[in-house]
Ligand binder design. Structure first.
Ligand SMILES: [Zn+2]
Length: 319
């Protein structure tokens, strides 16, 4: 018996690290048709004035903590600046509307994050500021009512990995019910990927797509956006989109051709009324417009492209 290999084998069979490939250049992949389609859309200015439905605007200290965490456990975040500079970079890249997200990684901080989001939203008309709450906040429902009522924030963002809580946890369901009652969308990272042991929770255990389905059944009026096209359960989430009219998927990182995951572009195109362009900027390891360029190349139909980069999010968050 090779005891060495035994001691090298992690005691936990689910040990996971986030894969961090180097972003490969988009040009030079031999896709002449895609490159021509992107150039044509650029000429017709279809890449200007887009809505990015998934950006992260944080107070400085949280940006710094995220840079440290990602340096250690995931990819190298390329663009490192404060929230104001991030907003400027988005607008320099042709983004005219952006859904700004924060999430509370522990109880007791949601109110200050929500106040920060409100302040930024007041300073920049193109931002759609979202609130957050920790399922562990004892006054979670009061925080949500305050945020979506008097504060005028436009929905709730939760992150099952960071908050170590499944989407079908009764406390999360109560939060999402409140959100639905206020007529606001919720953005919940309830997909399993990218999974890392560094989250301190088995994301595959708490993020199975059936948990999401349970929530959609319990709250039929909820408008729920699942980031990253629900990766790594792409097909099951597409099937849920077909069954539940309140479910939407954002593209963030899933359509950037950074991860190995194969994307069924026709399936995305056919469901463009329920798919939103989002990037996760600035928490990404490549240049801002990479995902937009991939979409401009791979989505064939102009109307579907329009819906993904503007229309679907305009329907979810009307001006
Ligand atoms: Zn994100």
């Amino acid at each position: 018996m090779n005891t060495d290999s035994e001691t090298l084998t992690p005691c936990c069979a689910i040990a996971r690290r986030i894969e961090v490939p180097d972003p490969r250049p988009l040009d030079g992949d031999g896709d002449v048709v895609g490159a021509a389609r992107e150039a044509d859309r650029r000429r017709r200015r279809l890449l200007d004035g887009v809505t990015d439905a998934h950006v992260h605007l944080w107070p400085d200290a949280i940006y710094r903590a995220l840079w440290r965490w990602f340096d250690e456990h995931a990819w190298k975040i390329r663009f490192r600046a404060n929230a104001e500079e991030t907003v400027s970079a988005l607008s320099a890249s042709g983004v005219t509307r952006a859904v700004s997200l924060v999430y509370a990684h522990k109880p007791g901080i949601a109110r200050s994050l929500n106040a920060f989001a409100r302040q930024l939203g007041d300073a920049h008309a193109g931002l759609v500021p979202m609130a957050t709450v920790s399922p562990e906040d004892s006054d979670a429902l009061d925080i949500v009512r305050e945020a979506l009522g008097p504060m005028g924030l436009r929905g709730i963002k939760l992150h099952c990995h960071v908050q170590k809580t499944p989407i079908d946890d009764p406390r999360v369901i109560a939060i999402l019910r409140e959100c639905a009652a206020a007529g606001c969308p919720a953005v919940v990272h309830c997909g399993r990927a990218p999974a890392s042991d560094a989250y301190g929770v088995d994301t595959h255990l708490i993020c199975e797509h059936t948990r999401c389905e349970r929530v959609l059944q319990e709250i039929p009026t909820l408008k729920l956006v699942v980031p990253h096209l629900g990766l790594d359960e792409f097909e099951p989430y597409l099937a849920l989109v077909d069954r539940y009219e309140g479910l939407y998927l954002d593209t963030s990182m899933a359509c950037a051709e950074y991860f190995e995951q194969r994307i069924d572009w026709r399936a995305i195109e056919q469901r463009s009324e329920r798919v939103l362009y989002g990037t996760d900027f600035p928490i990404v390891p490549y240049e801002y417009d990479r995902e937009l360029r991939v979409l401009a190349r791979r989505i064939e139909d102009d109307r579907a492209f329009e819906r993904i980069v503007r229309g679907t999010s305009a329907a979810l968050w009307p001006t």
